[in-house]
Design a protein. Sequence first.
Length: 413
Amino acid sequence: MDKEVFQYFALEAKRQNEGLELIASENYPSIDVMASCGSIMMAKYAEGYPGKRYYGGCVNVDAVENLAIERAKKLFECKYANVQPHSGSQANFAAYKALLNPGDKVLALTLNDGGHLTHGSPVSFSSHDYEFAFYPLGEDGHLDYEIIARRMEEERPNLLLAGYSAYPYEIDFKRMREIVDAYNQRHNANCHFMVDMAHIAGIIAAKLTQNPCKYADIVTSTTHKTLRGPRGGLILSDDEELGKKINSAIFPYSQGGPLEHIIAAKAVCFGEALQPSFRKYMEKVLENTKACNDALAEKGASVSGTDNHLFLINVLSSFGLNGKEAQQRLEDIGITTNKNMIHGDTLKPAYCSGLRIGLAAATSRGCSKEDAKKIGYLIYDCLANPNFDIEEGKRRVATIISRWKDVTSLQYC
Ligand code: DSN
């Protein structure tokens, strides 16, 4: 045992067990998912795809990768799945490659309103390889489909992109497909529609919101957020011709040997998400997120409201704090969150006016609706009171999580 390294595993388990994790993109995988990540499958090279590898000895990794593919297709009700992307960013890289030529135009959500780095940020490959134009949210902070249709006419994009990192409301993928279809018909164009469902993949898997696979040409995702699997990426489509292009865009274009141990963990995660218990979990996540949002609203904080696993607090207008300060105050009492830009933000991204709160991880450990309300009240008390007692805050965190499960041995089936 390498004590120098392993000491940090114990420390991290302690930090995770004793803290209250509210980062909306995090979750706790099952012990089966973690065991798969640490399994012997990692010792195998398998460049290529099941049945068409560049190495011998792939019989077992082929079987596992096929299981992951078939389970992903069943879970999301689509015809094609690539389970090899190492991350969500790599999945988006390959999806763009399959749909676009260099320099083509993508219409995406304004980054400050909740888009991802790979949705056209100046510091991402995306804005270097392609031209990005943006649609803003409506004045009320919700998607405004008429604005999107108008921006399509103004920008004439090759791709409309939906799916966000900090958007707390339902997304009407069907309406966006209709906008793209009408645009294509009017201009005899071939604009595609792509959805990055990374944040809400679990909600979609649980069939508690529209399934974008029914409407988008390509859907990308991560597997570790609401889906509760290993860190990794996923690409789905109903178009098998596009599927061939995606396969080439992942291997050999942008990746080498697939991480078969992570693919095994993805297969386990999809298997768990296919169980009825996963839908119950996801219903609880939605209920808890709303309860926490409503507790803050009841106290008088300016919160976004929510239809999914996250909500935003305007900490600047509510408490006179910027997001960085609010994040630190909560971290001091053992609550982990992240600062976030909010609609109409006037502060720089290093500070932000908002805080993003998600309840998916807490719910995996056993957070109840009552706990979620107490978390809302605690966040309010901590941020509203400049003299809030840190020790008192830590005690309240410890009381809330006292009956929750240990993060290193979670079993979901
Ligand atoms: N970084 C992730 C998030 O926190 O939302 C998105 O990939």
